[in-house]
Write a protein that binds this ligand. Sequence first.
Ligand SMILES: Nc1nc2c(ncn2[C@@H]2O[C@H](COP(=O)(O)O[C@H]3[C@@H](O)[C@H](n4cnc5c(=O)[nH]c(N)nc54)O[C@@H]3COP(=O)(O)O)[C@@H](O)[C@H]2O)c(=O)[nH]1
Length: 531
Amino acid sequence: MKKTAAVFLTLLLAIAGIGLPIWLAIEESERQAYKAESVRALGFASDILVRADETGRQARGGVDRLKALHADNPCSPAAIDLMREIDLGSSYLQAIGYIERNQMLCSSIAGQSRVLDLGPPDYTTSAGAAVRRQVRFPFAAQNSFIVLEFDSFAAIIHQRLIVDMANSEPDIALAVLSLEDPAPIIVRGKVKPEWLRRLGRERQVVFVDNGSVVAVVRSQRFLTAGVAAVPISYLESRSEAVARRLVPAGLVAGVMLVAAIMLLGRQQMSLPNAVKMGLRRKEFFLEYQPVVELATGRCVGVEALVRWRRPTGEVVMPDLFVAIAEDNGMIVRLTGQVLEMVAHDTRHWLAAHPDFHVGINVAPADFYAGNLLLRLQETLEAMGAAPGNLILEVTERGLMDPVVARENTANLRRHGFALAIDDFGTGYSSLSYLETLELDYLKIDRSFIEAIGTGAPTSQVVQHIIRIAKDLGLRMIAEGVESQAQADFLRKHGVQFGQGWLFGRPVSFGEVVRQMEAAELAEAALVRAAG
Ligand SMILES: Nc1nc2c(ncn2[C@@H]2O[C@H](COP(=O)(O)O[C@H]3[C@@H](O)[C@H](n4cnc5c(=O)[nH]c(N)nc54)O[C@@H]3COP(=O)(O)O)[C@@H](O)[C@H]2O)c(=O)[nH]1
């Protein structure tokens, strides 16, 4: 991936990874704030309605008691005494009086000596109550009152008593609306009568309009509704307060998420760099796996297998880094280090054992590099060994180009090196193609050895491979031999060599030598005992 693309992707990831939790936190704070302000608005609307309903109940009850007196004179001293008793006993009624032709003739108000002109009602409810919304009396000229008139008796109600709530937040609008007349009965602040339409048939409704969270609650007793409108600024400051709590949490979550993703990405992305550094610091080392002659069980050679010891001490297997080295143009350098290490590890042994061979994995890029022969000759010189001591293991992938493959295999063999086709059976080489190449060994892939005797569909393949090798005149090395039964089968079918855990796991060259010497000693002891 190009560097700019990686930077762009990282930026995108950071924006998305940090932005998303923050956006979710903001959304959640707005949702929580809206919910809280809706509950508050509904609370105010319900409270004002409770007060209005109670006022209506007290007015109706007072009038009923006065009517029950059946006084010939509704303004008799007994009637006025009863009016005063009702007035004193009710929390929402300011006074109660008697009306004729829009004039209040008498009332519970102490000292009412003259007739008070009320003017005509604003409207009359379907239940027969005449409603006057704004009546001013000489005894309290600065206040306005509601007068509810039933059957000529009137309840006088102080508006402020009903809307006397949320006084510390005067910008919260409150109202009692009639469902029969558009003008509010009682109102504090700005209330739109058309909000009632939103109620429909519902008992209550909450919505946002005109910069407010509005709640409307219908009375269960009268044709009225309580309304409260909480300015949106309350919602915003509540949302900000919640956001102040949630956004840092979202930010932390986002940063952690992005850091985790980037760390993972870096671990992945930096592997080629780590391999490069490993090559520079010479962190690679070799293990050698014995190759035995199946007929005698004698170790006739080894395969050199590369490993990587990271600075952390962790040992990484080639499956992970060989492909990275191949994909990033470092495999030729890696093979170079393998050759140096083989020369260093095996030179004394090979000088004394000219028949012993070391298998070296040659990657396709090595094969096509053009200087393989020269590098091999330098290695031999350092080892003091003959070309026949090395078996170059090339995969089918490395032999894909017929021209280069033919030329290189022929050239290497001309110079005395032995060649093996590795992991045979896993690629697409045909018998006729292999016939055109100069090879010495065929290594049968582990997957076919594993299948021997299992009855699996691939269990028969090994016999075909053995036939191909015989047809081509190639010697065979079976890879991954783990059981004696596999070894017996292979020997019986003419496979000359085996490599696998049955004979030995990959270990240091010193350990291979120690094992070979121990085997030799044991054999000598056996011979002596037999003799
Ligand atoms: N280009 C290079 N490729 C290399 C080099 N060194 C190794 N490799 C290739 O890496 C692949 C994995 O190798 P490794 O993990 O070392 O595994 C080898 C053996 O340990 C394993 N093996 C051997 N016997 C058994 C067995 O009985 N059971 C079992 N489960 N595994 C076993 O097989 C691997 C040997 O494979 P091969 O080379 O095909 O003989 C592998 O493809 C290596 O080729 C290097 O220096 N350069």
